[in-house]
Design a protein around this ligand. Sequence first.
Ligand code: HEM
Length: 176
Amino acid sequence: MARPYQPSLLRLLHGGTALLVLGCWLSGLFVYSRYDGRWGRLPFAPAGDWIDIHGLIGVGLLVLALPFAAYAFSLGRARLRRATNSLTLVALALAMGSGKLMEEDWLREGQLHHAVYGLHLLGWLLIGLAVLVHIGGSLRLGGWPLLSSMASPALKKGDLPGDWPAQVGRFLGRSR
Ligand code: HEM
């Protein structure tokens, strides 16, 4: 199968979101292991203030995930009909929404009983599962060529960063 071409704006927003999700997921695991640990702890605990690091990556994720979601619901909406794509976005919304409602001192003070924290733990679990199912679904759909097309740096004429405003403008013009 020939490698499909993905719009560069999608690749940038999708790739950035995916990297920051990975950062949040791993730093969240370290926070859980250090401050909670009710269902087990990691055998090693990397040094660092992981609550601050997790919060910082989370802010970056929010900045990128909002335009990514806007893209997915507009220019990319045809692909949201695939459950493996849309469910990943739902899991992301749950993890980020509950994270925004967390207070950073709860875990430092040993307050593990807050419902919002329980929801955030669930969001962490679900985004991990959703990304695995999402990658599996994409592999089934288009195999390695589809997967690698999402990370390819190739740019076609008419799809350079300077063309993004016109792409959005065309979408807005079409949907009016
Ligand atoms: C980590 C958070 C992630 C989120 C929230 C996410 C979400 C999405 C969404 C919403 C789409 C549809 C894009 C559109 O509307 O045009 C999509 C497409 C895609 N994603 Fe992800 N994704 C994530 C991670 C990944 C990872 C890690 C990979 C691969 C290693 C991946 C591979 C793909 C592929 C190949 C497609 C195209 C599938 C298609 O044509 O339907 N995604 N993703």
